[in-house]
Ligand binder design. Sequence first.
Ligand code: MRU
Length: 312
Amino acid sequence: MFEPLIWDDGVLKILDQTRLPDEVSWISCKSYLDVALCIKEMKIRGAPAIGIAGAYGVCLADDKEKAIETLKRTRPTGRDLFYTLERMKDSKNPLELAKQIHQELKEKNRKIGEYGIFLLYDGISILTHCNAGSLACCGIGTALAPIYLAHNKGMNIKVFASETRPRCQGARLTMWELERAGISSTLIADTMVGYAMKNKLVDIVFVGADRIAKNGDLANKIGTYQIAILSNYHKIPFFALAPTSTIDLSIEDGSKIPIEERSKDELGYNVNCLNPAFDITPHSLITGIITEEGITRKKEVEKGLLMPLLWG
Ligand code: MRU
């Protein structure tokens, strides 16, 4: 796998994801401000990887509190950054803890993959949006974790990646990851999801999540909501895969999740633009959520069978 960040002898090396797929280049962060800038400019992105970068960022600071406050102000939507910074706050040995959180995340991703693979079968075609692979989450990723494991087991699976305008994480990052791994993958523009579903090209949807509210509503990359609506219309199972650190039990429902608004320049036209980086998918459209603890489906929780953690 291609790790998005490496701690190397007092320096945090971040893979510059804004340059992929054309160029593999690394940025050396020597201070927490370098890390904060990399997060803000999306050199490193994806909620879990941002959380790990934030944890290492704290290790590069003389003033831990100031670093935590600065890092918290970089990107508001993803929950993992706030989760890791909260853990870093009281640590006596920050570097050891940052390394531990990093390692824990990789193990959680593997477990997510091991649960997710139960939903796959030979010949299945999976649609994913944005990038929730190793670049976004370290290890084998979250939404891509079952896909990597299934491929390693020799299963015949196909992946459709939606482009994910305006930053094109699907086209630039997911396609890069999957092609490097030798997994059969096809890019579609965001506008082609309905076509692909209507023509029975998609059997299941796997997406990541940036923050999950107590009732199971979730924030994920802009465009996720419309994919969930299309999945429901076409009766295609729609699953979100994320570590439990993405779940924010202090937030009752999706309407309270802060949505990051990014620069209009990202759309690439010199006109008035709206540019929310995320949208909210209501729990009613989600077939299930897969975490390192297992698969939770609304109907099973209602019957008292599974993880009463979610669906309030
Ligand atoms: O803006 P990004 O690239 O940091 O957003 C990442 C996402 O929204 C991904 O879709 C992902 O599912 C959540 S992080 C694994």
